[in-house]
Design a protein around this ligand. Structure first.
Ligand SMILES: [Zn+2]
Length: 250
């Protein structure tokens, strides 16, 4: 009986050990492949190590109306330039707001064509995503973007290979607020974003939701608060290409 009890105990410990090993593995996988900060697979800049008080505001998953245009209005009236990582499919849906961003002096980078998670792995699929997004940029804007932010920030060795082939500059960043995509109040988003800002920060907001559009009014209101508060703290604003010292287009 004692042997049986011991056996049951070890089985129990074994299951618990396996569970914590599983959690550890999941955490390590997340860190390696999706964390904004990991550089394990290759260079993935999430900020610039400058002492100058500048930050780069970035917006993913657009264009998405009316929110992209509302953000452009706020940036314009504040004299701030930002970087927009546009989804190719959204660019074809809303070309005019994207053209306006380019005219207003904002920088457009690519965020792939479809934003589908199933199209973020595998070299051939990634190459196709990059090409289709580039075709949309060429058709709608006459531009070939250099900056590329992978959807979900998902990196694989294949992504680094495609980025090298196409001379793309991969870009990470820090989420302005972990739940910004779920649209908590503008004040909450802004408070977190301002607390995260450091000289050289690249802050990630969303003017869309994947390739599906969606309400981004809390983000729009938050951006106005963030610009006001960071300006009061003597921060200026720049674009990612300038922060990283690369050309935005080829
Ligand atoms: Zn995205």
């Amino acid at each position: 009986m004692p042997g049986r009890a011991l056996g049951a105990g070890s089985r129990h410990l074994g299951a618990r050990g396996l569970a914590s090993a599983g959690i550890g593995l999941a955490a390590a996988s997340y860190w390696t492949f999706m964390s904004p900060y990991s550089q394990l697979l290759g260079p993935f800049p999430y900020r610039s190590w400058t002492t100058e008080r500048v930050v780069a505001l970035t917006f993913d998953d657009g264009p998405n109306e009316p929110y992209t245009s509302q953000i452009a209005d706020i940036l314009g009236s504040s004299g701030v330039h930002a970087t927009f990582f546009a989804v190719g499919a959204c660019l074809e849906r809303h070309p005019e707001p994207a053209r306006r961003l380019a005219r207003d002096g904002h920088v457009l980078g690519s965020h792939g064509y479809s934003h589908r998670l199933g199209r973020c792995v595998g070299r051939d699929v990634l190459r196709d995503e990059v090409s289709r997004a580039e075709a949309a940029f060429r058709r709608q804007l006459g531009l070939r973007p250099v900056l590329f932010r992978p959807p979900w920030l998902l990196r694989t060795p294949g992504l680094f290979a495609v980025a090298h082939e196409r001379s793309l500059q991969l870009v990470s960043g820090e989420f302005a607020h972990a739940c910004e995509v779920l649209q908590p109040s503008p004040e909450r988003i802004a408070r977190r974003a301002v607390a995260k800002a450091r000289p050289g920060s690249v802050l990630i907001f969303h003017d869309g939701a994947e390739a599906k559009g969606g309400d981004r009014s809390a983000t729009v209101a938050a951006v106005e608060l963030v610009i006001a508060e960071l300006s009061a703290r003597a921060y200026g604003f720049t674009t990612v290409d300038r922060l990283l010292g690369v050309d935005p287009y080829r």
